[in-house]
Structure formats: C-alpha cells, structure tokens
Design a protein around this ligand. Structure first.
Ligand code: PLP
Length: 352
C-alpha cells in the first residue's frame, strides 16, 4: 500500500536517549544528579488534588508569575513542553521550506534534527580546532536566504558563553537579512549573563529558558519562550492547545515562589563544579571548565572505554566516538557530595 509519508520525515534515522537510567548515578545529560529537596516535592504534592487533575491545564497563572520573575510584560512570554518543543515551534513558525537555519557546530542536536524533519536547510558554522569560536564566521554565513540564527548561551556541548558585543553583532546582521535570532539559555544560572533584555530592544530576538537544568524538573517538561508580543503571538498560533501539563505548571510556579531554593541550587552546583575541576586537575587529569553545569575531562585511556567502565559501575557520563570532543568525557556537575562519587569512580577506572 502506498500511503503518504512526509518526504522529510520518511528517511530520518532518529536516535532517542538511552532508557533505564533510574538506577544509575547520572552525569550524562546535564540534569541535576540529585534533584530537588524532598520537602519541596512534598509541598507541591499537597496541591495535586483529584479536582486539579480533572481540569485541563491553565498556563496563565504560571506565565504571569514567570513574566514578573524575569522582568518582562506578560504578553512577552509563552510556555512549551520543554524547550525541545520550543525549538520545533520556533523553526516551524519562523523558517520557510528550504530556507537557512544558521547554528554553530558542535551544538545541541535537536536544531539540526528539527531542520531535517521540517525540510529546512541547516547551515552549521564550525568552532576552531582549539574549541574557540569566531563570531565573524557566523555573521558571514547569514544571507538573505537565512530565516533563523541560533545561538546557545552557553553552548552545549562546548560550554563557552558569548560576549554581548558578539551577540549584538549577530542580531544586527540577522536583522539586516530579515532573520530572527533564537538565544537558547538552557544553561542560564550556571552562567549569569543573559540576553533577555535584547528581546525588548530588538524586534527579532527570542530567548528560550528551560526548567530541566538548574530547576531540576526535566521530568516535568517545561520550557519558556521570551520575546516581543508579536513573536509570542505567532508562536501561540503554532501551539497545541494543551501542550504543557498541569503538573509541570504547578512545579514551575512553586519553584519561582522559592527564590531562596534557586539560590541554594546555584551555590551548590557552583561549589561542586569548582571542587571537581580543582580535584581532577590536582590528581593529574586535564579538566576543562565550562559555563554550564558540565565539565570536560580528558581521560588517560580512550574516553569511550572509560565511559563503558564507569557504566559497568553504575555511573553514566557522555562520550563521543569522533569529532572535536572525542578525547573527552562530558560530566554533568552538581553538589560536591554528588561529584565526590564521580571522582572516586573515575580514579578507579582511569588512574594516571
Ligand atoms: C542547549 C539545550 N537546549 C535545549 C535543551 C532541551 O531541554 P528541555 O527540552 O529539557 O527543555 C537542552 C537539553 O539538554 C540543551 O542542552
């Protein structure tokens, strides 16, 4: 039977994240290895009544609170089922078939996966061999065929952050070519600089934030898009009616009700990251810091073998078979207590 299949979707080979991770110590996907305090989860659970579960989700209360939290008007924000969905909505809304999406590479894979799904032309702009990046190369890649430019600040996986000067130059080059700029701030809080203010001064800037990283709510699937009212209006036209579930909205609202908890999470991760880098360096590894909740460790043995040995000991880390980062493990960072377990295991499987 010759049923119709979308020509772009037909030949894609999707690779979905590994399953069965619950019983491991997880340092592979830039989650919080430990999660939120039990008291917080218990407090939120008290609001989950049968009636709450019976009602379709209502994002407005969360969105009003969130807009206030980041200091923009209410009509400048909308929420999504993780920023995974925000990436789909934004590319679907702001890029025409066969037009260009300019990103850095290496970068978060869902940008090019969604380009393939939607039939968009991905234009990757490479980092230098020493993992530095020339913004001028990205600016040179922006042409009249460009509809969307993507900047991750800080970038995943490389972990560097962009200067304001570079970001403004990219925004202006995009604007001169009628393109929007998505600034993915998934790793904000681990790195304090933000470009949310540019959403209020340029008409082509869109910032995305996730609740999966510092806020430690990856299971809930909650992302936010911040821009000007016109762009938010177009994204809302794209949205599924009930894309963000009511539990995610509740957890999201409660965490911004507890700014002291957010401060504690920032401080614990920062201490854990600094401790890990210092300890690994003292013990003979090359440990490369990043502006996100992850670091790179250059292993003495091949990185893939070390990752496999750690997995056999119940510990997950990220490695690459090839490319610029093939000699490194990427290790998510959390509190010092969480990182001690990782360092101890690494010392066992990758002694100098
Ligand atoms: C840069 C970046 N953007 C977006 C995401 C997606 O996050 P989520 O869909 O959980 O909001 C990730 C996840 O790792 C990421 O690294």
């Amino acid at each position: 039977m010759a049923y119709y299949v979308d020509e772009h979707i037909k030949n894609i080979q999707r690779v979905f994240p590994e399953q069965g991770r619950y019983n491991f110590l997880r340092y592979d996907m830039n989650e919080n290895p430990e999660g939120l305090p039990v008291w917080f989860v218990e407090e939120v659970k008290e609001s989950i009544t049968p009636e709450y579960l019976a009602i379709y989700p209502e994002p407005d209360r969360f969105l009003a609170k969130y807009a206030d939290y980041v200091g923009v008007p209410r009509d400048c924000v909308t929420c999504t089922n993780g920023t995974d969905q925000a990436i789909r909505y934004l590319l679907q809304t702001f890029c025409g078939q066969g037009h260009d999406v300019v990103t850095v590479t290496p970068s978060f894979e869902m940008y090019w996966v969604n380009c393939n799904i939607l039939g968009l032309n991905h234009v990757p702009v490479a980092y230098n061999d020493d993992l530095s990046f020339n913004m001028q190369n990205l600016i040179d890649a922006i042409t009249p065929n460009t509809d969307v430019v993507v900047l991750l600040n800080p970038n995943n996986p490389v972990g560097d952050a962009f200067s304001r000067e570079d970001v403004v130059a990219a925004v202006e080059a995009a604007r001169a070519n009628d393109a929007v700029v998505i600034i993915d701030e998934a790793y904000h809080y681990f790195c304090p600089n933000t470009f949310i203010d540019l959403t209020q001064t340029y008409d082509n800037v869109i910032v995305m934030r996730t609740f999966s990283k510092l806020f430690s709510l990856a299971a809930c699937r909650l992302g936010v898009i911040i821009s000007n009212p016109q762009i938010i209006h177009y994204v809302n036209n794209t949205r599924l009616t009930f894309d963000v579930n009511a539990l995610a909205l509740l957890f999201g609202e409660k965490i911004i009700d507890h700014p002291e908890l957010v401060d504690d999470l920032v401080a614990a991760e920062r201490e854990g990251r600094a401790w890990t880098i210092e300890t690994l360096q003292k013990r003979g590894w090359e440990a490369r810091p990043s502006e996100g909740n992850f670091i790179f460790v250059r292993t003495h043995r091949p990185a893939g073998e070390v990752a496999a040995d750690l997995e056999a000991r119940g510990i997950l880390v990220k490695s690459w078979g090839s490319g610029m980062l093939k000699d490194y493990l990427r290790v998510s960072t959390g509190s010092k207590a969480a990182m001690e377990k990782l360092v101890d295991a690494l010392a066992t499987v990758d002694a100098a």
